[in-house]
Design a protein around this ligand. Structure first.
Ligand code: SF4
Length: 468
């Protein structure tokens, strides 16, 4: 947890309210439980809310049953998300009957969709608070009102802003996230994110560096710089490659720097050079291609062509030694023909991804693609997805052959106990390696040599333990 000494008047007020709440409930031993769905953006928002709750005097509960404050941080990107959220919320009714002081709040991207949020608010009168993605800094104020027994619905149409200095309770571990920007301006036609996260807002480089320095001092080994499209980061004359260099050079005690996600249309030579030159910047890039067909890419409003994408891959491979590329792919986008689909499979074979997240297109209410004609029948989408996954099941292991005899450093993340216990951790380029070793190595960087592979994982042995 941290607090910033240089608060804006608005943030000072926020801290005053937290202090007031702490004075009121601090001695009661109240506990919170947060359940988070979706991406790292949501995860990080939950860490901020946990930080505020702890500043208010709550401590973390092990389960919902033990909690006096339950929060669902929702996501609207995945399929059937609404059904799942409504089901989860409905389940809390019984807990509220058992614990009359239990408060229930729902936030996140799904709640930024006003109609959905309103439906939930009307259907479940025992939900005490609903708030959208732009309300984080008002959380203490809302909590104080809940404690005064008010029921609140706070979903604003604002574009969102950059808020510095909120307390954060980071999930324990050795790897964490630092937001460098919020929102997205791209409006890919299938995506709901720009509607629920607002327009792009970049944080000041000094604030980012300060936060990265703090997490490094707190003992984290790896930081991922986070944004919906980090490549369009800009603050004054600082673009993303420059920011990456500034973070790298200013926080020399941090062993690993990652970043996510990169939109191919904005991936510059400057970034490729920075990846190649900066030793502590990891040699992995997640570069969502989505489709291998120019016609579909245009309909998706991705603003690059297949050729441009392949040129980027060639450049990355030429300049950044041992770089690995992962991607996202959607099959069954409206009007996708067999020919379009085959172009995607061919591209997958050509690139040789080290991993890919594949999806059958499913419409999101409020997006352009949801209204497009020629939606593809479910059975065809399923068939195409299965076939694409079969292509990946061949291409991913083939890409592993070159690793036999490879030496590199992994950050040990944990123990896999599915068979003989093995430590696992990732190389700088995000390849997972399994090795025999002591559990005491969890959280450390160790040097390994690869002896074999299975699907997308490598197997090897430890050569040397290095300092984390
Ligand atoms: S770049 Fe496209 S897919 Fe990514 S968040 Fe923005 S609109 Fe969505």
């Amino acid at each position: 947890m941290y607090s910033n000494e240089n608060f804006s008047p608005e943030l000072s007020e926020c801290y005053k309210i937290m202090e007031r709440i702490r004075g009121r409930i601090g001695g009661l031993g109240l506990k919170y439980f947060i359940e988070t769905y979706g991406c790292q953006m949501n995860e990080h928002d939950s860490e901020k809310i946990a930080g505020m709750l702890e500043n208010c005097g709550y401590s973390k509960a092990e389960s919902k049953q033990d909690a006096d404050f339950i929060l669902f941080n929702t996501c609207c990107v995945r399929e059937h998300a609404e059904k799942r959220t409504f089901g989860n919320v409905g389940f809390i009714k019984e807990l509220k009957q058992q614990n009359p002081r239990l408060l229930l709040a729902v936030c996140g991207c799904m709640m930024q969709q006003k109609e959905v949020a309103k439906r939930l608010y009307d259907r479940f009168p025992f939900v005490d608070l609903i708030f959208g993605t732009h309300e984080l800094k008002n959380f203490p104020d809302m909590l104080e009102k809940l404690l005064d027994e008010q029921r609140l619905f706070r979903v604003s149409d604002s574009e969102g802003e950059v808020i510095e200095g909120l307390p954060v309770k980071r999930n324990p571990g050795f790897s964490t996230f630092v937001n460098i920007m919020y929102g997205c301006n791209n409006f890919c036609t299938y995506c709901i994110v720009p509607y629920v996260r607002g327009r792009e807002r970049s944080r000041k480089p000094e604030d980012i560096i300060e936060e990265v320095r703090r997490v490094a001092l707190d003992g984290y080994t790896e930081v991922t710089l986070l944004g919906q499209n980090v490549n369009s980061y800009r603050y004054g004359d600082v673009d993303f490659p420059k920011l990456l260099r500034m973070v790298h050079d200013s926080v020399s005690e941090l062993p690993r720097i990652r970043f996510m996600t990169s939109h191919p249309k904005d991936l510059s030579d400057g970034l490729i050079e920075a990846m190649a030159e900066l030793p502590r910047v990891c040699k992995h890039i997640h570069l969502p291609v989505q489709s291998g067909s120019d016609r579909i890419l245009k309909l998706m409003n991705r603003r690059y062509t297949r050729e441009k994408y392949l040129q980027l891959i060639d450049k990355l491979r030429e300049k950044v030694p041992n770089v690995e590329i992962t991607t996202d792919i959607i099959v069954g986008f409206p009007s996708e023909t067999e020919e379009d689909y085959e172009a995607t499979c061919e591209l997958v074979k050509k690139v040789g991804y080290s991993n890919a997240y594949t999806f059958a297109y499913s419409p999101r209410e409020g997006t352009v693609a949801a209204k497009m004609d020629e939606q593809i029948p479910e059975d065809i989408k399923k068939l195409r997805l299965n076939k694409l996954n079969a292509v990946l099941a061949e291409t991913i292991p083939a890409n592993n052959e070159k690793y036999i005899g490879f030496e590199g450093e992994i950050l040990v993340e944990g123990v896999d106990r599915r068979g003989e216990p093995l430590l696992f951790g990732k190389l700088s380029n995000f390849k997972m390696v399994y090795v025999e070793g002591s559990e005491e190595l969890i959280g450390s960087l160790v040097r390994v040599k690869v002896d074999g592979y299975r699907f997308n994982s490598l197997f090897g042995h430890i050569i040397r333990e290095t300092e984390a």
